[in-house]
Design a protein around this ligand. Structure first.
Ligand code: NDP
Length: 284
């Protein structure tokens, strides 16, 4: 078997076109959806992510601002900027790019963002709403994965799903979404004994560990759907995922590639969350 390759680029383009249409409608009604992205420090990967997010906003017709600060920005100054953006009516979504420098408490920063503008969905209120089944914002990466599964018409109800990775930003919300859609979900972490035993039983495997090529074909059930969230820089300088693409492709029924899979979907869903935040202000 050779897996079907899930084209995250094409699906993200389709979603962004829908966002453009919704943006144009909002603008007609006097609201230009606005996203503010804050970047602290000079992490090269973060700079690329922030640039890509801003470019996608502009292309879809949204107002976007990028605030870039040096590594030495104090936590108090960052919190003051967030407070100003919380009160800025031109801004509907606020995103602080992670990771932050060590002297800044990331939890405090996330909690400072107004929940109604927390388009990343990381605020504790939004995490709680997702957990209790009434999400305001779904975190962009797991949201994108759900859209990929939907577009591939993967049957989630009754399926066995394994999420490898348990972060607050990817693994945990991913597991909640799959569970809400009717899957029986196992969340694995770095302490999991015999990871392959778990993954081999799964109809759907979502991998988000940041460990290049750690899931190999022999750990996957024939025909399973494998979504690779990982973004790693290989020794050859090229991007690669957490799945060993060559061997997994031989066994899986469908597989998302890196690059060109979950990454573009994450950005598309950020735009969706921003437009939803702006539409809610109109509904008021
Ligand atoms: P974190 O480092 O926050 O979490 C990694 C998780 O993986 C932890 O729960 C950890 O376990 C688990 N883990 C690590 N090693 C193993 C292992 N050998 N076996 C099983 N589980 C393991 O990472 P993130 O969730 O933030 O990101 C994961 C990956 O996804 C990264 O490559 C990141 O770059 C990428 N990413 C991609 C995005 C996209 O848009 N495509 C967006 C966000 C992230 P433990 O809890 O025990 O420490």
């Amino acid at each position: 078997m050779t897996a079907r390759i899930i084209d995250g680029v094409a699906l993200a383009e389709k979603i962004k076109e829908e966002v453009s249409v919704r943006t144009a409608k909002l603008i007609q009604q006097g609201i230009k959806p606005g996203l503010a992205v804050i970047l602290v420090g000079a992490d090269p990967a973060s700079q690329v992510y922030v640039r890509n997010k801003a470019a996608a906003c502009q292309k879809a017709g949204l107002h976007s601002i990028v605030e870039q600060y040096g590594e030495g920005l104090s936590e108090a100054d960052l919190l003051a900027r967030i407070d100003a953006l919380n009160n800025d009516p031109a801004i509907h979504g606020i995103l602080v790019q992670m990771p932050l420098p060590k002297h800044i408490n990331a939890h405090r920063v996330i909690e400072a963002i107004a929940a109604r503008k927390d388009v990343d969905g990381f605020h504790v209120s939004n995490a709680g709403l997702l957990m209790t089944g009434a999400p305001l914002f779904i975190p962009c990466t797991p949201y994108g994965v759900m859209k990929m599964l939907e577009s591939e018409q993967v049957v989630i109800r009754g399926a066995v799903a394994v999420v490898v990775g348990a972060s607050n930003t990817v693994g945990k919300p991913m597991a909640l979404l799959l569970q809400a859609a009717g899957a029986t979900v196992t969340i694995c972490n770095s302490k999991t004994r015999d990871l392959g035993w778990h993954t081999r039983h799964a109809d759907i495997v979502v991998i988000a560990t940041g460990r290049p090529s750690m899931i190999t074909g022999d750990m996957i059930k024939s025909g399973a759907v494998v979504i690779d969230v990982g973004i790693n820089r290989g020794a050859d300088g090229k991007l690669c995922g957490d799945a060993d693409f060559q061997s997994v492709q031989q066994v899986a029924g469908a597989l998302s590639p890196v690059p060109g899979g979950v990454g573009p979907m994450t950005i598309a869903m950020l735009l969706v969350n921003t437009i939803e935040a702006a539409e809610r202000t109109l509904a008021k």
